[in-house]
Design a binder for this molecule. Structure first.
Ligand code: 5AD
Ligand code: SF4
Length: 474
């Protein structure tokens, strides 16, 4: 395959990312895989020769969005064909993994279906799709429509991916762990992302150094169950066969230029002593933790197969706050899991009141085919789910506003990440992951700068830059 089209123009790829930060990471890595083939990034599908939808299957709503987008892309493809050009459509991510061939059956315009463990093979898949398109143009009838790769290959994709390129605004994601062995009864992840796998610590450290060299000052370590990390220890690490996440964080913090470390998403059962100690002892580890609890009812937690009860979670919160008193906690909640009574929901509300969250994500239970939860009796009516979600979100929203307001008047380091909506406005993140809007020079993007916080809102803060010397020198 050449890196230019027949008309001499450069090829472009548009990648649309749905869902979690793992998908954001995977999309960036797909761009890295496609770059050597000559693909530049397009800002919109109509400028692209290849469109990749990197999909999410976690809730029904998320996967249905993919099919509507595919319908729109089919129309673009038909318009293109009428003009003698083509559009290649690829579906990647968890819908690709879960639904495989069904995608091509539902939307025959799709050329490639590639799972989250196989996208390092995109060059081969594209070549195969191009070959099939040529044959079809020559009038050949082909048995299957799209090209499919939803394997969990024996080789790790990480051994085949090129070095990451293009750190965005000082902050980079670094995938250290994938898959999940927990099998919560509502969740598709163990099926779409497969068994737990931890990258060797040496590979993680090497990627971290590359990211820092290309401008990252903040690294967010990613994994579906990131604190279950147990990667092979580096050869230099005598006596230890594997490293825990706490150990890895200590090593990453020693890399010159790493100002901020974060990790997501964690499971309460895997918060071990070494990780809690890292929150106390490692200054670059930011005082923010996303720790999904899902429910405050022991009965529902048991039915969810969460492997922890309400007390374990509350005790963990106490230990974490002892280690790091200014820790901001975030969580995920599901309301309306099968069998959830008013009393169970009340337990969730009481847990939220007891803990006090700085931010949170909450969802109505969504029945996912193939998971044990979808076959459970006592599914909760939609109207009950909606009422519970509104009550929970009102409580969590009030806590987020109170948390933001508690920081007003203080001066905090902010890592600027992007332009604001208004000209002259830039947006960054506090150590507690709140968004802050300030008037400032966009050359501050990618840098950590002191900001005095002046206003707190539901989802963000406003502030003003304290040290303007950097702007003058820049
Ligand atoms: N229905 C609703 N929410 C779900 N989540 C995962 N599966 C489901 C489901 N079937 C939520 C959980 C998880 C987050 C990423 O998505 O809260 O922590
Ligand atoms: Fe899904 Fe997280 Fe449970 Fe794993 S631990 S099954 S990813 S909710």
């Amino acid at each position: 395959m050449t890196n230019v089209r027949d008309d001499g123009q450069r090829r472009h790829v548009f990648i649309r990312t749905y869902g979690c930060q793992m998908n954001v990471y995977d999309s960036d890595r797909m761009a890295d895989v496609l770059r050597p083939l000559g693909y530049a990034i397009a800002d919109a599908p109509d400028q692209a020769d290849l469109v990749v939808l990197n999909t999410c299957h976690i809730r029904e709503h998320a996967s249905e969005k993919v099919y509507s987008e595919l319908g729109r892309l089919r129309d673009v493809k038909l318009e293109r064909r009428a003009m003698g050009r083509d559009l290649t459509i690829a579906v990647a991510g968890c819908v690709a993994q879960a639904e495989g061939e069904e995608i091509v059956r539902r939307q025959p315009a799709v050329d490639i279906v590639v799972g989250p463990q196989a996208y390092h093979r995109l060059p081969e898949l594209l070549a195969e799709a191009a070959r099939k398109a040529d044959l079809r143009r020559a009038g050949k009838r082909l048995p299957g429509a799209g090209v499919l790769d939803t394997d969990f290959p024996a080789e790790s994709k990480f051994d085949h991916l090129p070095a990451p390129q293009g750190v965005r605004a000082g902050s980079a994601f670094l995938s250290i762990q994938e898959g999940c062995d927990k099998f919560c009864t509502f969740c598709v992840v163990p099926y779409t992302r497969g068994a737990e796998y931890s990258r060797p610590a040496a590979a993680v450290l090497a990627e971290a150094r590359q990211l820092v060299a290309s401008g990252a000052v903040e690294l967010t370590l990613l994994g579906q169950n990131v604190n279950a990390y147990h990667g092979e220890a580096p050869c230099s690490s005598a006596g230890e066969a594997t490293w825990s996440l706490g150990r890895l964080i200590r090593a990453l913090a020693e890399i010159e230029g790493v100002a901020r470390l974060r990790y997501t998403t964690s499971h309460p059962r895997d918060m071990d002593d070494e990780l809690i100690a890292a929150h106390r002892d490692v200054p670059p580890l930011m005082p923010y933790l996303h720790l999904p609890v899902q429910s405050g009812s022991d009965r529902i937690l048991e039915a969810m197969n969460r492997r922890h009860g309400r007390d374990l979670f509350l005790r963990l919160v106490d230990r974490l706050r002892d280690a790091r008193p200014d820790l901001a906690l975030s969580s995920d909640f599901i309301v309306g899991f099968p069998g959830e009574s008013d009393g169970d929901f009340d337990d969730t509300m009481r847990l939220v009141e007891q803990v006090g969250f700085a931010s949170a994500f909450s969802f109505k239970y969504s029945r996912r085919p193939g998971t044990p939860g979808s076959a459970m009796p006592d599914q909760v009516p939609e109207a009950v789910k909606s009422a519970r979600l509104s009550a929970l979100q009102a409580l969590l929203g009030g806590q987020a506003r109170a948390f933001n307001a508690s920081k007003v008047g203080t001066v905090v380091p902010v890592l600027f990440a992007e332009d604001g909506r208004r000209t002259g406005q830039i947006i960054g993140k506090t150590p507690w992951l709140q968004s802050v809007h300030v008037d400032g020079n966009r050359r501050l993007i990618g840098h950590v700068v002191d900001v005095r916080l002046t206003e707190g809102h539901a989802n963000s803060l406003a502030g003003e830059i304290v040290v303007r010397g950097f702007e003058a020198a820049a």
